[in-house]
Write a protein that binds this ligand. Sequence first.
Ligand code: IGP
Length: 267
Amino acid sequence: METILAKIVNRKKQRLKELKENSIYDFDFTISNFEKNIDFSIKKPNFYNAMKKEGLSIIGEVKKASPSKGIIRESFNPIEIAKEYNNIVDAMSILTEENFFMGKAEYLKDISNNVDIPLLRKDFIIDPIQIYEAKYLGASAILLIVSILSDDEIKNFYSLAKELELDCLVEIHNLKELNRALNIDVDIIGINNRNLKDFSVSLNTTLELSQYIEKNKILISESGIFDKNDIKHLKKGNIDGILVGESFMKSSNINHLAKSFKKAFEE
Ligand SMILES: O=P(O)(O)OC[C@@H](O)[C@@H](O)c1c[nH]c2ccccc12
């Protein structure tokens, strides 16, 4: 059976083909056009430093829907959500995948014009053009999902991102993927507590894998984080930060929830 992850990646390939035939920008969707249109003089806030700072770093995700949960947030105004996050979290993750997460590339651009904390482009990156596009749209960092990339792709995409002054959150879900990420000496590792193949979630994934990660790496625990007890549990895994979508999107008081996460981490 085709996994949901394989479906998402196939749709993404098709989407990239569509964009190459019919650009959503006022120029053709090519790498050289992105290069011409990126303003390299604009310095974006640094994602790595935001993760490295003292205490628990929080990445708040702008997420309307997901294949596992359906619509997560009915009244979805990405700029308003981002403005709310801006004074509360350390960085934001902006979902730009259209078909399964109801994201949009333009959300990233719009948000980057309205906030001053680092933005992560959250998408299924399988082609270098998406990395140029992330830069063009105002990202400080991109997500690289190890399970959908070959070793060469991880290496090449990682160094391309660095050339474009983008950090990479390199996402893994098991020991095999972790070893592939460590082979190219990545600096920020995201452990996804959700298995993208069957959607099962276990925070223990972070605890089990964190023991293989040296202290000099930045470690982010991703997905399925809801309350202060989750933070206390994850703290045993020496995490630097967390990536939170659903529980923030459904919260009536993001500030309060984020503070309770930070406080639980200090205790
Ligand atoms: O909504 P949650 O359970 O808090 O999860 C957020 C984030 O970790 C999740 O959206 C995510 C993690 N890795 C991904 C890769 C692609 C798309 C989405 C994701």
